[in-house]
Design a protein. Structure first.
Length: 269
């Protein structure tokens, strides 16, 4: 899509440079996510394997051993054993429910028109931030490039309508064109579109008032990409300690289940 707009504006060199930077950013984010999740995912799988061994072999034998000796299990051991029986089942149920909801939601959204589909996705908590910022980045970047090349606003909208790569931008171009023909301002037209950030709306209002909309959008596209990088970094920095904390509690619980019954039996010998 970047090259299509670059051909219209004549800024192919700049478009190639910015596209390369965007692709490099995506690869870096993927590598960072894989690095963060790789070891915790291995530990989670190992924990599920240990839980299965505990539930299938160790816990039943511990229970029979307590019954043979005539001792009662402590409340802490009973709670830990119950947790290790419930956690794997709950994990599988959660995965199945999440997968089912994702598939069903995907089928429902595919049948909707682009404007309705992205309206729902842009309203999602967490993920909506990325959708709104990414759409704001793409729109402001391409629109700024076209306007700087000498296109009128109507020609810029016509380019969005004619491009075959993003149905959402095609519909946005048509909507903006219809509203502007009715006499609406660009700012008030964008207010009714939930696909962009509030910052972009303020930038649009300011640029429309001072007549430098192409410069304002060009500046905001760079800011938007930086905001996405910072947000991703904060999520990654938060995610890894949470995963390790959960795994730490799970490992401690597994040791308690194994060692506490042994200590109790040794005390009663």
């Amino acid at each position: 899509m970047h090259l299509f707009f670059a051909e219209q504006s004549g800024e192919i060199g700049q478009a190639l440079s910015e596209t390369a930077s965007l692709m490099k950013h995506r690869e870096n984010q993927k590598k960072k996510l894989l690095t963060i999740l790789q070891y915790p995912l291995f530990l989670i799988l190992l924990f599920l394997f240990v839980s299965a061994i505990l539930n299938l072999y160790l816990l039943p034998r511990m229970t029979r051993l307590y019954e043979a000796v005539g001792n009662e299990q402590s409340e802490m051991i009973i709670i830990a054993q119950s947790a290790f029986r419930i956690i794997p089942v709950l994990s599988l149920i959660l995965i199945a429910v999440t997968f089912s909801i994702t598939i069903i939601t995907g089928f429902i959204l595919i049948k909707k028109q682009p404007l309705e589909r992205w309206k729902v996705l842009s309203a999602l908590p967490g993920a909506g931030f990325y959708f709104r910022h990414y759409h704001s980045y793409l729109f402001s970047r391409e629109a700024s490039m076209l306007l700087k090349s000498g296109c009128s606003f109507q020609q810029m909208l016509q380019t969005f309508i004619e491009q075959p790569y993003r149905p959402l931008f095609k519909e946005i171009g048509r909507f903006l064109n219809d509203e502007l023909e009715r006499g609406q301002s660009i700012y008030h037209t964008l207010l009714s579109l939930p696909y962009f950030t509030e910052d972009m709306l303020r930038i649009t209002q300011h640029g429309e008032m001072n007549g430098n909309l192409e410069k304002e959008w060009g500046f905001y596209s760079k800011y938007c990409l930086t905001a996405l990088e910072e947000k991703s970094g904060r999520y990654f920095n938060f995610l890894q300690p949470v995963i390790f904390t959960f795994i730490g509690f799970a490992v401690v619980g597994a040791y308690l289940i194994i060692l506490l019954p042994v200590f109790n039996l040794l005390q009663n010998i």
